[in-house]
Design a protein around this ligand. Structure first.
Ligand SMILES: *Cc1c(COP(=O)(O)O)cnc(C)c1O
Length: 414
């Protein structure tokens, strides 16, 4: 009998197959993967999942939309190289990410560098590499111009705009109101006027409003407003825009009750938005969706091992060798207001029914180090493997790995 267990409330658990009662990733028994990388804890990212996700996006979005990957979501070099072959461009936010992007084989023309607080050294490295600068302020523009003069270069520069609206219901707001990101929309005309007298070649606009959004209507409304703002600002530009990066913000269903975004709806709406905008844009102007989490988040699983099982005042605690030093987000300490459980499972008893409520904790000596609280699980013993799903984005690189001095986890693209 090949019977699927009761569907869990989280889709990502179902996205992975199982064999003989054990979780598989990329078709391989998770115990074999653990042995291959030399033990737990470890992050595994499924190549086929990422490829399928990019294909699904391409199928749903207008054909003339370019897809970029924001490396911040998962900077593992093997993942970045995989992405370089799947998407149309890479977005970086530090010199370190820029080096990764250039190593991936992606053309410099398809790499853009955003982020507040770019140092002169970073600006110079980006100008020498001939990648696109997404300018975050007038001051940054002037510094970039001075460097360009010294180098005799003519760098491409886009203006990151802090819009006069927000992406509603975002997990993290990155536009609207006072922000360290981008140039306030009302200040952009003056900046563009000044840019016309610099060595910078105006390239376009970058408007990124927010992250982790699960409301299709909010995303669609934001895309409409973003396009309208870009077209209005383009009237002040020294040359027509070659690129409009309209952001992304597509969210993932992390918690019970969350639903996957309806990509078809977003795609159809974007089609209409683009069709209207195209008549005001040069034919070769690229319109870019920039996504991180949505491309890689569900492809990753964090695997740790139960090192102790104990009962405290009536509650079961599974103490693992993993924790928030690798996967801060699952502990609830990265952007969550009310702590909720990420989808978790006992990877070595994946098909067994839940028989007890447990707390799954990490090995750090702090009460913050919780991976799951009061979740129903099959009985697990010392040596069993725990899987924390949705670990492909903002996992290892967004966690305080030096905290408490444990060794780093392995990472493998399967
Ligand atoms: C963080 C960030 C992204 C990626 O956001 P996701 O929510 O992971 O898709 C894209 N662009 C910019 C400018 C960012 O800062």
């Amino acid at each position: 009998m090949n019977q699927r267990p009761t569907p869990p409330p989280h889709a990502p658990v179902l996205a992975f197959d199982r064999q003989g009662g054990v979780l598989t990733i990329g078709g391989r028994d998770v115990r074999d993967l653990v042995a291959q990388v030399g033990g737990t804890p470890a992050f595994f990212y499924e190549r086929a999942f990422i490829e399928a996700r990019v294909a699904a996006l391409r199928a749903a979005m207008p054909v003339d939309i370019k897809l970029h990957y924001a490396i911040k979501a998962n900077p593992m070099p093997a993942v970045v190289r995989l992405m370089a072959g799947l998407v149309d461009g890479l977005d970086v936010a530090s010199a370190g990410e820029m080096a990764l992007a250039l190593d991936s084989g992606m053309s410099p023309q398809a790499i853009s560098f955003a982020g507040p607080g770019k140092t002169d050294a970073e600006l110079e490295a980006a100008i020498v590499a001939d990648i696109i600068l997404n300018l975050e302020s007038v001051g940054e523009m002037r510094r970039a111009d001075a460097i360009a003069q010294r180098l005799g270069a003519r760098p491409k520069a886009a203006v990151r705009v802090n819009p006069d609206f927000e992406l509603k219901s975002s997990g993290m707001h990155m536009g609207g109101g006072p922000r360290p990101f981008g140039v306030d929309a009302e200040q952009v005309p003056a900046l563009l006027e000044e840019m016309a007298n610099t060595r910078l070649k105006f390239h376009g606009f970058h408007i990124f409003s927010g992250s982790q959004n699960l409301r299709v209507e909010a995303i669609m409304e934001c895309q409409e407003k973003t396009m309208a703002l870009a077209l209005a600002l383009a009237c002040h530009a020294p040359t027509p825009p070659r690129m409009l990066n309209i952001g992304g913000g597509f969210g993932l269903p992390y918690f019970p009750g969350d639903r996957h975004l309806d990509l078809q709806l977003i795609g159809r709406n974007l089609d209409a938005v683009l069709a209207q905008a195209r008549s005001h844009l040069p034919a070769d102007c690229e319109v870019i969706l920039e996504l991180g989490r949505y491309l890689v988040g569900e492809a990753g699983v964090y695997i740790c091992q139960v090192v102790d099982r104990k009962i405290s005042r009536g509650q079961v605690f599974l103490v693992t060798d993993g924790g928030l030093h690798h996967q801060l987000a699952a502990s609830g300490n990265f952007g969550q207001v009310l702590r909720k459980n990420y989808p978790t499972a006992i990877a070595t008893h994946i098909d067994q029914p839940a028989t007890e409520k447990v707390n799954i904790v990490g090995c750090l000596c702090t009460p913050l180090d919780r991976l799951a609280e009061q979740v129903a699980m099959p009985e697990a013993q010392v040596g069993d493997l725990v899987a924390v799903f949705l670990a492909g984005a903002y996992g290892l690189s967004a966690s305080p790995s030096a905290f408490l001095g444990h060794p780093p986890p392995a990472e493998l693209l399967v």
